[in-house]
Design a protein around this ligand. Structure first.
Ligand code: GLU
Length: 499
């Protein structure tokens, strides 16, 4: 059997370190077996998927040195590799399930489903579809479809018993069917859900091993059942442990930078980051800490993956990156600095900001210090402003962070809008609102335009600086955070969600 593995990222945001980690293990496993590694883009969520995000994911994986032989950029014999281009395939397969009696049309409205959910929650029951449309006969369903009534297709699920499946790393996992919802397979917009698309694609793309994050374990029974309904042999499943913050919570952008763009922009070498990701849940047989991509492939053995929560610790990554940087010869060191940021293309973005503010070239570096480098350490004194007490400053910083978390695209004008919205809602002059942010981002009271700076720094770096400014102010206690969160929600709701 040829080993064929894949990653199937959804292009709904920045390229995530977790995607690179799962990609790496899939790629390394396939290559260690002389197999193939494939990238498939799961863009069936039309609201949230963007071509920009897809391009960033592919670019970041390529930067890391991860190689795929089939994908949306390079094609291959099992295309298309973008789910939005495979809609007919899913519609055909959903129809096959309907014809065989394994799936049914459901006409329940979103309002009815909301009510049902609320009732189930109130009664302390687990939420899920109650099967109202399960018994509709074929002529009735067809008549309603012909009349243009909105509908979805749901899968049938056994009423009792449980689903048992083998996980490569965990052995047998058993989940009662009672916990599995009658999953929607085709949405009202004619797009498949993840669950149908992933099974159909993994089968048609001849994927032999599905190695993915452990958050997908609860979904696997649906997939196993769909393989059974179609009469297909399922792939081997293996669920990799999730990456953690040093405090063992799930790696999230609220605590740590999670975007590969951040690591690239901060001057990590791709081979060092790849090496570090290769140590997440894996260790070399001789326990050495520094190894190349090829050495990992040569030594790789799926059975050595350990399930202990792998901690993604920036301090350790910094150490490792330093080892790689020091091992470069001076010429190469210079080349890598140029590749990183000291190059024409990168510096070009600063020109519109600095040209008119410059009298001599020696003015450049002091203006750009916080954009090309880290900003200076801050202390509480940096945040003393007339008419704004410390609580007020913390409120501004924290509210801005929360608004940023909800921002779908990181753009200068959008950043301005959220700040303006918050300032208005808080009854503050925009200048006063922005003062603490200027300091948090640049370390100075006067700096290059704030929103251009944030746009250039990117989401992760900006967020991290605001978080560290809050730390410089002594942080926000859990209790205080709760109070602030309530205040923030009220503010946003009363501003009609504009803030
Ligand atoms: N689109 C899913 C994700 O974004 C893929 C999960 C899977 O690998 O099956 O993680």
């Amino acid at each position: 059997m040829t080993v064929r593995t894949r990653i199937a990222p959804s292009p709904t945001g920045d390229p995530h370190v977790g995607t690179a980690y799962v990609a790496l293990f899939n790629e390394v496993f396939a290559r260690s077996q002389g197999g193939e590694f494939i990238v498939r883009i799961e863009d069936t969520d039309r609201q949230r998927s963007t071509p920009d995000s897809e391009a960033m994911i592919l670019d970041a994986l390529a930067w890391l040195g991860i190689e795929w032989t089939e994908g949306p950029d390079c094609g291959g014999p099992h295309g298309a590799y973008r789910q939005s281009e495979r809609r007919d395939i899913y519609a055909d397969h959903a129809q096959q399930l309907i014809d065989a009696g394994h799936a049914f049309h459901c006409f329940c409205t979103p309002e009815r489903l909301d009510e049902l959910r609320a009732m189930q929650q109130q009664a302390g029951k687990s939420t899920g579809y109650d099967g109202r449309c399960l018994g509709l006969d074929k002529p009735e369903a067809e008549a309603r479809i012909a009349a243009g009534e909105a509908h979805v297709i749901r899968m049938k699920v056994p009423a009792d018993g449980s689903c048992a499946f083998a996980d490569r790393f965990r052995g047998e996992i058993e989940i009662p069917w009672a916990q599995i919802d009658m999953q929607v397979l085709m949405k009202a917009d004619g797009y498949p859900t993840y669950h149908l698309a992933v099974v159909v694609d993994d089968h048609l793309m001849e994927i032999s091993h599905v190695l993915r994050g452990e958050e997908w374990i609860p979904s696997t029974p649906k997939h196993v059942l769909l393989y059974q309904y179609f009469g297909w042999q399922p792939p081997e499943f293996g669920h990799l442990p999730l990456l953690r913050n040093p405090d063992k919570s799930k790696l999230s952008k609220r605590k740590n930078p999670t975007s590969l763009n951040y690591y690239r922009a901060s001057g990590y070498l791709p081979e060092a980051l790849l090496n570090y990701l290769g140590r997440m849940g894996w260790s070399m047989p001789d326990e050495r800490e520094i190894f190349s991509h090829q050495e990992l492939i040569d030594a790789f053995d799926l059975d050595r993956i350990s399930l202990g929560a792998p901690v993604f610790d920036i301090e350790k990554l910094n150490w490792l990156n330093g080892q790689y940087l020091r091992a470069l010869d001076p010429d190469e060191f210079m080349d890598r600095i140029a590749e990183w940021a000291i190059n024409r293309d990168h510096l070009k973005q600063f020109v519109p900001l600095i040209q008119e503010r410059t009298e001599r070239f020696i003015d450049l570096v002091p203006q750009l210090d916080y954009l090309l480098g880290d900003r200076r350490e801050l202390s509480a004194e940096d945040f003393e402003f007339k008419g704004l007490d410390e609580d007020g400053v913390k409120r501004i910083l924290q509210f801005t962070l929360w608004s940023m978390d909800e921002l779908p695209v990181w753009e200068r004008d959008r950043l301005f809008e959220i700040c303006k919205g918050l300032a208005d809602a808080l009854g503050l002059k925009i200048r006063d609102f922005l003062s603490p942010l200027f300091v948090a981002i640049s370390g100075r009271r006067v700096a290059l335009p704030l929103f251009d700076s944030m746009a250039l720094l990117g989401a992760d770096l900006t967020r991290m600086r605001i978080r560290s400014a809050l730390d410089a102010l002594g942080g926000v206690s859990k209790k205080k955070l709760k109070v602030l969160e309530k205040e923030y929600r009220n503010l946003v709701d009363s501003a009609g969600g504009d803030a």
